[in-house]
Ligand binder design. Sequence first.
Ligand code: ADP
Ligand code: MG
Length: 331
Amino acid sequence: MQATLNIENLSKSFDQGKVKALDGVSFYVNKGDICAVVGESGSGKTTLIRLIAGLEELDEGEIHIEDKLVASIKKNIAPEKRDVGMVFQEYALFPHLSVLENVTYGIKKSKSKKEVALATLNLVGLEGYEKRYPHELSGGQQQRVALARALAPNPSVLILDEPFSNLDAMMRHKLRNDVFNIIKKTGVTAIFVTHDTQDALAVADEILILQNGRLVQKDEASALYKKPQSIYVASLFGNTIQLNKGLQTAFKCPLKEDCCHAIRNENITVNEDCDYVSEAEVLKRTFLGTHSQLLLKLDNGEHITVVTNEPVLGNTLKIGFNSKDVLAFEE
Ligand code: ADP
Ligand code: MG
């Protein structure tokens, strides 16, 4: 399969080189795939997609979209000529334009502008809304309009930067699933930034992890979850407990010296038989609805915080984990 988006050795600094926002990033996204970009705040996610969109100039590297060089040290094609559509966190609709006018805006001159816009509104489930203005719509509807506006010109690459972070939890999941079903239906190649790793696991074909401007891992969602290459990657996908010497002693699980080991919170068992166990005293419990967070003191005095949905009665319990769930990273 041919890659629609090709990024080679991309670097970008700010403040006269003092801040290296991106450092030699290379990857590609195949046609029709959805690629999620994940990383802690400041890791370079927004810089990466602003460079792809043409909103920022690169220092080094090349960007190809559909085999066309759109950015290099010598070349910088304007955003509107790159064949990309964009959806931002804050919708960025034109407040004084109707829904239809917002969606028509980016379509190149053609006789069928209105038909294309109406068909795209239909696709995002907003038929009948074309005469409304942005302030007459809910946040979720505004985000659908933003999606329709980005898709209407039929771009090669759709770019989304934290598209759901302005929405409440109830709406997020429904809109997320709707939006990515629509994206899959259109077959457009998409790259989207999210700090919500559940979003990434749920909808992305591939996930790309940034750390300090460097690409540290790119894999299919399940592969990445099962085999994170570092504790940084593991920690992005949920509470991960590093098994330091003290914890290894508490759980009686001597591990190899030259590796860093960790266990995911969800692999910690309560009052179950498993490979490594420790008695624990509950020092504090915090009620979190379906779960509770427990601060525990282990056999040897080590402290550990775990989240569990097991009912925990009394002040002592047995916690543990199995050796197959231990993650190991080369130091
Ligand atoms: P993310 O989206 O992952 O939070 P960004 O790409 O926004 O990260 O930022 C990466 C790094 O580059 C950060 O250290 C940030 O402060 C810096 N940065 C981003 N944009 C600018 C800018 N216009 N001027 C100066 N520094 C910037
Ligand atoms: Mg950002």
